[in-house]
Design a protein around this ligand. Structure first.
Ligand code: AHR
Length: 329
């Protein structure tokens, strides 16, 4: 009996140690469910807080968990894969019912996903994918088609310059190196513009999906690269940072340099409505309700589709003016 009590005390202490280890790796917070009939506990490892999109996504996940009666253990990885791996291991030790995460980069997940599988804890990928060959390591992937987003950006550009035979010099601000949206938005865009040699990407560099880095890299592009016609930024935040750099260099964003971005968060939409951005491809961060629904099904052992693609649109300047008043994020 004493042995059993000691074991229980030890288990309790281990769980406490695991929680504080999670906090050290970017902060783990626990939120109780706000009612509902379910007792599902979800461990969620978020990428970070790098952009307006990410803030909206975190809010969507946290609010939906409350509405769905899911207890959420939330961990912010501060854009570091090692923090996400630590958080996932901590969730495994805490024996959560389901783990959901948005992988900061695509590769390097197999060992920790195998640990979750061995512990019989289902995993859901949300927002970003992993490149694991073994697709049994996760139950489903909920998120956008980033290749399609890149293609939509390219298609707008092709249409915009359809009557011109001149060379079009493009600079590209990529998202976080190795992340699915950076890889796929680049590939989709390249596939479309690659059909016409007049389109040339004359400079490309990561801006890490942040406004500050977007500004810094655009300043460097403006110094090193003459005659920039177009900026393609993999998200609104980098585009907004770049606008500051362009204005700082005495040029007019949206006119001297045409700008295409991805996301359609409020600040981006405002810049589009103001004529500083020319076209935005939407990437919806409102994944929370679908995520909670999938999580409950997976925990019950119900079948779920292996891929759930988010529905998205695109915005011109006129469409942004119409959509802005009712924009949720
Ligand atoms: O994974 C989605 C991307 O991550 C968003 O487009 C970007 O803003 C965010 O940081």
């Amino acid at each position: 009996m004493l042995k059993r009590i000691s074991a229980l005390v030890l288990a309790g202490l281990t769980a406490l140690a695991v929680t504080s280890c999670g906090s050290g790796s970017g902060g783990t917070t626990s939120a109780s469910s706000g009612g509902g009939d379910s007792t599902v506990t979800m461990g969620f490892s978020q990428v970070g807080a790098e952009s307006g999109w990410r803030t909206a996504n975190t809010k969507s996940v946290q609010e939906s968990a409350k509405t769905a009666g899911v207890t959420l253990k939330f961990s912010d990885a501060q854009q570091k894969q090692e923090n996400q791996i630590k958080a996932i291991r901590s969730f495994i030790q805490q024996r959560v019912d389901v783990i959901a995460f948005s992988p900061v980069v695509e590769s390097g997940w197999d060992p920790v996903l195998k640990e979750a599988q061995n512990a019989k804890i289902p995993v859901i990928l949300t927002d970003r994918a992993v490149d694991s060959k073994d697709t049994t390591l996760y139950k489903t992937f909920l998120g956008s088609d980033f290749i399609e987003e890149g293609k939509k950006a390219g298609q707008w550009l092709v249409e915009e310059y359809k009557d011109s035979t001149d060379k079009v010099n493009i600079v590209e601000l990529q998202g976080t190196t190795g992340s699915a949206p950076a890889n796929d938005r680049k590939a989709g865009f390249q596939e479309v513009i690659g059909a016409d040699t007049k389109f040339q990407i004359v400079a490309t560099q990561t801006g890490d999906f942040t406004r500050a880095k977007g500004k810094e890299v655009m300043e460097a592009f403006l110094k090193s690269t003459p005659d920039i016609d177009v900026l393609y930024a993999h998200n609104d935040d980098m585009g907004l940072g770049a606008i500051e750099a362009i204005e700082g260099a005495g040029k007019v964003p949206g006119k001297d340099i045409k700008i295409i971005t991805v996301d359609a968060v409020k600040d981006g939409m405002q810049a589009l409505a103001d004529g500083k951005i020319n076209f935005i491809v939407e990437c919806s961060p409102l994944l929370g309700p679908q995520l909670m629904d999938l999580a409950k099904k997976v925990v019950k052992g119900e079948e779920v589709p292996t891929r759930v693609v988010t529905e998205e649109t695109t915005f011109t300047q006129d469409q942004a003016k119409q959509a802005l008043p009712s924009r949720q994020y």
